[in-house]
Design a protein around this ligand. Structure first.
Ligand SMILES: Nc1nc2c(c(=O)[nH]1)N[C@H]1C(S)=C(S)[C@@H](COP(=O)(O)OP(=O)(O)OC[C@H]3O[C@@H](n4cnc5c(=O)[nH]c(N)nc54)[C@H](O)[C@@H]3O)O[C@H]1N2
Ligand SMILES: Nc1nc2c(c(=O)[nH]1)N[C@H]1C(S)=C(S)[C@@H](COP(=O)(O)OP(=O)(O)OC[C@H]3O[C@@H](n4cnc5c(=O)[nH]c(N)nc54)[C@H](O)[C@@H]3O)O[C@H]1N2
Ligand SMILES: [Mo]
Length: 698
């Protein structure tokens, strides 16, 4: 049982260690771990850290339960039954690393590109993420991985306009007068931003939510524009049209700090509120009203999150939205503008961490992680290269989180695929491995973190010794590198040395180094509060790119496009006949992607896989509240308990992700239904671009 810091048992004997929440979330909280006799006894948010403000979310407040979970993998395991049988035997580290290195060496002798790393953000740490691992795969000449599963469409869209992953300081939202929360359930997935939004609300700000369903955030906002999924670009164009027609424009800002306003103006005038309303399923009046608010409120702020870019046109939707603050000059105010990601405000020395120079002259192919199912099932050949013979998975659970799960599982089940999984737990992916290697958690290893939601670097000191025989990812890859005979000095570097390299000698870091961070826990980057008050966008011209110069030069349409989902009535009428319901599968409040699903107290709070169905759709199908239903399409089917509610639109269902398959009643999850087609920009996954049908379960 974790203790409370004020518990008398803590006094005098509990040492406090500074830590950082490792999870894939914009909040990246500063944590304080209490340790007694080598055991972590409590964990809390650092009250002094301005965005954490002493509060952790429900999930991470259970991090001790997760760390000391009886399901932790404690020793290296080797498969001893048929693939997927779940039969493993313990082996020594020596044995496991020798075997794995031998196998990889044999494959690499033929073609190293047959080996593929698969990783994402199980930890966001720069040391336990892509450092020693990337060096290892670069030196090996393995296939590269395009890490697109979450944010690449929006990231590319934003960068086309602003020049990078840059934007407002989240702390400034407390002073905004208008906050538009666009495609994000902040209360669930960005709690510490929500605290600032609430402060603004208490001070009289208006909060508007733009989301296809009435989520926890929409419920707490003044206005809710409940649009059809995948139509955000059209809405943004109509807002621009209204701004232009009413001359709610900052002409001075446009003239001095933007490119392409004339082209944008002409296109915007083609978009009336009525035209967008028809496409988006909104009232024209509510579009006009939002435009008026954006055009007439100083300190108007937009919080977009990655929820809205998981559709075919997601990249262009972000592009269109990102133009808005430049039209109104909202960037002049510290509490105005837009925030999608703050990553670009950090000076990270990626070259030093990942050492792409170890590739030498080799240019391996790139595998897109959002289409790993197809990649694993590809026989190899022209245009693809060698068949994938080995997959090394770390910091990710593709069997649960990747789209088109039945193909992913078929791929992972290949008897001739050699799979190594570095994990804390026996996840769905680990069950399909040949070797499972026990990895340390954040309390057991050293790391350094930036954030994509705020502007603080954070250090993470190990609080406890590794549980069981667990090893940090870095140590595992160091061990493999030694066995492969990689003798470059970078393979001998310690985690401390790597952490020190992560902070580039770059004005953005305000002189911070790892030693200082470690002593203080965290430190803020140098960006000014009103980051683009005087322009200075990180684009080649220093201007905000309303039209994209490279497209203009190449004779392509330089403006943000309106691209409808792959799967909707307009673009796929035959499919929409058979599968008339649009499926969204956003995060569950008590899970973090597929992490924490195995923490019993949190899974109990979530109950069972749940599907939200509109009363009209329920009536048409004879389904009642609480019924067990089957949600299906040509790709697969999954069971859920039905909640009948007008929180969702008619014609749209919401299923909360991302359950472990083996902890679900039917041994499957919502990604049975999603597809592997990619977004317009950035090659991202289209999780929320998916048509289904729902029926009462037999
Ligand atoms: N509790 C919890 N927190 C998390 C996560 C988690 O799994 N659980 N995941 C973390 C990760 S990895 C990420 S990337 C972020 C995710 O953050 P987001 O992707 O922003 O996730 P949500 O906050 O659920 O927001 C998704 C919202 O987008 C809406 N949406 C879907 N399609 C559209 C659309 O076409 N247009 C618009 N306007 N809205 C749409 C959904 O209905 C949903 O309410 O959150 C992080 N935080
Ligand atoms: N249908 C649907 N699917 C989705 C989404 C959705 O909204 N709907 N969201 C998508 C999004 S936004 C994202 S970001 C992806 C996330 O997908 P993933 O990045 O795969 O995230 P998790 O599911 O949290 O799995 C991370 C795994 O890494 C492990 N891990 C954590 N720390 C360490 C470590 O230090 N070392 C090692 N070796 N392992 C560690 C954890 O135990 C966990 O099993 O899922 C995507 N999938
Ligand atoms: Mo994500």
């Amino acid at each position: 049982m974790p203790l409370k810091p004020e518990d008398p048992a803590c006094e005098g004997v509990v040492r406090t260690v500074r830590a950082a929440c490792p999870h894939d979330c914009p909040d990246t909280c500063a944590m304080l771990v209490g340790v007694r006799d080598g055991v972590a006894v409590h964990l809390r948010g650092d009250p002094a850290h301005p965005t954490t403000a002493g509060a952790l979310c429900t999930k991470v407040s259970r991090y001790l339960e997760r760390t000391y979970h009886c399901g932790r993998v404690l020793q290296p395991l080797r498969r001893c039954g048929p693939k997927g049988s779940g039969r493993f035997e313990p082996v020594s580290w020596e044995q496991a690393l020798d075997d794995i290195a031998a196998r990889l060496r044999t494959l690499a002798a033929v073609d190293p590109e047959a080996i593929v790393p698969y990783s994402y953000c199980g930890t966001m740490g720069l040391v336990q993420g892509e450092s020693m691992s990337a060096r290892f795969f670069h030196r090996l000449g393995a296939s590269l991985l395009d890490r697109t599963i979450c944010s690449s469409a929006g990231g590319e869209g934003l960068s086309m306009v602003l020049g990078g992953l840059v934007g407002m300081d989240v702390e400034q939202f407390a002073h905004s007068r208008l906050i538009v929360i666009w495609g994000s359930n902040s209360v669930t997935s960005n709690l510490h931003f929500w605290s600032f939004a609430q402060q603004a609300k208490r001070n009289g700000a208006t909060l508007v939510c733009i989301d296809p369903w009435r989520n926890d955030t929409a419920r707490r906002c003044h206005e809710h524009l409940q649009l059809r999924p995948g139509t955000d670009a059209a809405l943004a164009w109509a807002l621009m049209g209204e701004l232009v027609r009413n001359d709610w424009l900052d002409h001075d800002y446009l003239q001095r700090h933007t490119l392409g306003f004339e082209q944008l103006r002409e296109r915007a005038l083609q978009w009336t509120a009525e035209r967008a309303a028809a496409l988006c399923g909104l009232q024209a009046q509510s579009i006009r009203e939002l435009a008026r608010r954006l055009g007439t409120t100083r300190a108007a702020a937009i919080r977009i999150n990655y929820g809205l870019q998981r559709v075919h046109g997601g990249g262009n939707a972000v592009r269109a939205i990102a133009c808005l603050p430049a039209l109104t000059g909202a960037w002049r105010e510290p509490a105005g503008g837009l925030l999608l990601s703050s990553s670009g405000h950090f000076g990270v020395d990626v070259q030093a961490l990942e050492r792409p120079d170890l590739l030498g002259a080799r240019r391996p192919r790139t595998i897109n992680m959002s289409a790993i199912g197809d990649a694993l099932l590809h026989p190899g050949g022209a245009g693809f290269g060698p068949r994938i013979d080995a997959l090394v998975v770390y910091n990710s659970n593709p069997a649960a989180v990747a789209p088109d799960a039945s193909r992913v599982i078929r791929g992972l089940r290949r008897e001739d695929l050699f799979t190594v999984v570095l994990e804390h737990f026996r996840t769905d992916t680990a069950d399909l491995a040949d070797y499972i290697l026990p990895a340390t958690t954040q309390l057991e290893h050293l790391d350094v973190h930036k954030s994509y939601g705020h502007r603080y670097w954070l250090a993470n000191d190990p609080a406890i010794a590794p549980v069981g025989e667990a090893r940090p990812n870095t140590q595992i890859f160091r061990g493999l590198a030694a066995r492969m005979g990689f003798d470059e000095p970078c393979f001998l570097e310690t985690d401390e040395q790597i952490a020190a390299q992560a902070l580039a000698d770059d004005a953005r870091n305000a002189g911070l180094d790892f030693a200082t961070l470690r002593a203080r826990g965290w430190g803020k980057v140098a960006a000014p509060a009103a980051v683009f008050a005087d322009g200075g966008f990180p684009t080649p011209s220093g201007r905000c790119q309303l039209a994209f110069p490279e497209d203009l030069q190449a004779g392509r349409d330089p403006l943000p496009q309106v691209i409808l989902p792959y799967e909707c009535a307009e673009t796929a009428p035959e499919l929409a006949q058979r599968y008339p319901l649009a499926l969204l599968s956003p995060p569950a409040r008590n899970f973090l992607n597929s992490s924490f699903v195995n923490v019993d107290s949190l899974r109990r709070q979530e109950g069972e896989p749940t599907l939200l169905l509109h009363p009209r759709d329920a009536a048409a199908r004879g389904i009642a509240h609480g019924d067990r239903v089957r949600c299906f399409n040509d790709r697969g089917d999954v069971l859920a308990v039905c909640r009948v509610s007008d929180d969702t639109r008619a014609g749209q269902v919401v299923m909360f992700g991302v359950w472990w398959r083996k902890l679900s009643p039917d041994g499957r999850n919502v990604n049975e239904l999603t597809h592997q087609r990619l977004t317009d920009l950035g090659g991202g996954a289209c999780f929320y671009d998916c048509l289904v049908e729902v029926a009462a379960a037999a």
